[in-house]
Design a binder for this molecule. Structure first.
Ligand SMILES: [Fe+2]
Ligand SMILES: [Fe+2]
Length: 276
């Protein structure tokens, strides 16, 4: 099992790769592969080619949520690599905005409609609940918000006036069952990192979490939420904390300090290999 970051805000030492505000990861195992998220569309094909990965071979796509920086790559992917099955939440096409303190609002939803993507060969499989999409690989579906300290991102709204906060019910995480424990691949983790980990453990019945990799959204939360998250994370004994995308520099630096030897930036080109 190997997870390779194809799109992220940062690039690593592999020359010729490109960064963008977005996230995509390629999950490969013996006999198959799938793409989790697609970035915003400018770097997916370029970085895959640079890493000698042929996305024609990818059987399916799973989407973490409907933000443009995770779904924008669907157009270049389907156009260049042909039709794919796409696992997503039914709220994928909802209107979404980031509303700034200044009142300025920016549309951040998926930049395509469903019929257009179907015309390019996208075959949607929608689901709200925890489900197995390949052997030992699960999509969480909606994640209950149980922790008291994970408040979400108040700047994300369903309307451009900023009147109705976006609960991001569609936010989901990919969960892989491995011999070492669970591996969680996060899109933006809008549901909260601790809510997400707890839900994955409950649904799989597996208490050991080997790795989390991807966007944590800790760059957009309060200092007290970050403090509580770090405290809870320490109790899990996670071996690999590979954070990127919306984690941001300050939260990543905190994780590096708090989890020495276990933290790794999830930048473009990073591969997490899980050997049996
Ligand atoms: Fe994101
Ligand atoms: Fe997001």
């Amino acid at each position: 099992m190997r997870i390779t970051i194809l799109c992220d805000n940062s690039v690593g030492s592999l020359s010729g790769t490109l960064g963008e505000h977005g996230f995509a990861a390629l999950v490969e195992w013996r006999g198959g592969s799938l793409l989790f998220d697609t970035g915003q569309g400018d770097t997916l094909l370029h970085n895959a080619m640079r890493m000698k990965r042929d996305l024609h071979d990818v059987g399916s796509v799973a989407l973490s949520h409907g933000h443009y920086d995770h779904t924008g790559g669907l157009l270049p992917l389907l156009r260049h690599c042909g039709g794919k099955e796409i696992f997503a939440h039914p709220g994928l096409f909802a209107r979404r905005f980031r509303v700034k303190d200044t009142g300025e609002s920016i549309p951040i939803g998926i930049p395509y409609d469903q019929a257009f993507l179907q015309g390019l060969g996208g075959r949607f499989s929608f689901g709200k609940h925890f489900r197995e999409i390949a052997t030992g690989i699960f999509l969480t579906g909606e994640i209950p918000r149980r922790s008291t300290f994970e408040k979400g991102d108040a700047g994300l709204c369903c309307d451009d006036a900023g009147c109705s906060p976006d609960p991001l019910d569609d936010d989901q995480t990919l969960v892989v069952r491995t011999d070492r424990g669970l591996v969680l691949i996060l899109g933006c983790c809008h549901a909260g990192l601790i809510n997400t980990i707890d839900f994955a453990r409950r649904e799989t019945g597996e208490s050991e979490v080997y790795a989390v990799i991807g966007g944590t959204h800790l760059g957009f939360c309060s200092q007290s939420q970050l403090d509580e998250t770090v405290k809870e994370l320490k109790a899990y004994g996670i071996k690999k904390i590979c954070a990127g995308h919306c984690t941001g520099f300050a939260a990543a630096a905190r994780l590096l300090r708090e989890f020495p030897g276990h933290f790794q930036p999830a930048h473009v080109g990073y591969s997490l290999e899980i050997t049996e």
